[in-house]
Design a protein around this ligand. Sequence first.
Ligand SMILES: *[C@@H]1O[C@H](CO)[C@@H](O)[C@H](O)[C@H]1NC(C)=O
Ligand SMILES: *[C@@H]1O[C@H](CO)[C@@H](O)[C@H](O)[C@H]1NC(C)=O
Ligand SMILES: *[C@@H]1O[C@H](CO)[C@@H](O)[C@H](O)[C@H]1NC(C)=O
Ligand SMILES: *[C@@H]1O[C@H](CO)[C@@H](O)[C@H](O)[C@H]1NC(C)=O
Length: 286
Amino acid sequence: MAAPALHGRVGLLCALLSVVQFSLGENKVLTAVNITWSSLNFKTLLLWKPEPKNYSYTVEIDGDLSERKKVCNRISQTECDLTNWMKNLREMYVARIYSEGPYSEENIDTPPYEISPPFTPYTQTEIGKPRIKNFTQEGKILRVEIEDPLTPIRFANGSFQNIRDIFKDDLEYTLTYWKDQSTGKKWVAAKSNKFDIQIDAGKSYCFFVQATIMSRINNRDGQKSDQVCTGVNRNDLDGLPLESILIIAFGAIAVLMLIIALPVIVYRCRRSKSAATMKENIPPNL
Ligand SMILES: *[C@@H]1O[C@H](CO)[C@@H](O)[C@H](O)[C@H]1NC(C)=O
Ligand SMILES: *[C@@H]1O[C@H](CO)[C@@H](O)[C@H](O)[C@H]1NC(C)=O
Ligand SMILES: *[C@@H]1O[C@H](CO)[C@@H](O)[C@H](O)[C@H]1NC(C)=O
Ligand SMILES: *[C@@H]1O[C@H](CO)[C@@H](O)[C@H](O)[C@H]1NC(C)=O
């Protein structure tokens, strides 16, 4: 008689223990790990891990010249956009990521936190793809005009500043160019957004541009622009991206197949219809 009762109690205890363990596991507050900055043209996000379960994160930004500010309050995501709090672009910032359990009045201790690596927008933000605004090839001159990428940083009048407004003469562009279908590349660099280069007349040229921040020691080069070819003496199709060519080709094949198949289908339909009418004409008892 005693044995089953004991067994029952132990079973209950085990069940109870596992419930306690389960809720402990569920409510565990973890501090942020793998904290990284992701910043492109001065739009700056802080990213970290892990996804929170039953707790939330609060991010506090701290510049070496400005006061600490809480920014993303009690969020359950693992990213925080700090762009608007890092407008002093040469300032070095760090962020604290607090891991906060559910709010309670008894618990007024500083929640556990982790500190991000430092980040200085001016020296660390990645420079994005510039756009080729215009180009012309006339005789022996290839003229290229570059559009500066915009940033989320505004002028006093509200319009957005581009990277030239921010970096001024610290920004240089490099134009890399080559004769179409050849591999020998040449490049020129200038603090200007316009290039006039000497080329062979009547030949097609391809090029891309890339920004460089001269004062930087690391990540000096920005992303490369799309590649453009001038298309002199080229087939019109060459200027199109591969996907467009494929879509056009598939479209053409589909139309061709339809043209070929249509008479066959029509013929078959007619035949089966006439077969059906023929059957109808046959007396049912045959
Ligand atoms: C943090 O990064 C390391 C190395 O990349 C990885 O092994 C680890 O799983 C990451 N931690 C989390 C919680 O994602
Ligand atoms: C903990 O989170 C889970 C989902 O992740 C939820 O179902 C559960 O109700 C939460 N528990 C508490 C005590 O908030
Ligand atoms: C492109 O440049 C050429 C020559 O510099 C100029 O005549 C033309 O107006 C420009 N086109 C645009 C869209 O700016
Ligand atoms: C705003 O100010 C900047 C520089 O002061 C100027 O370049 C820009 O044209 C202005 N924008 C407008 C819309 O007035």
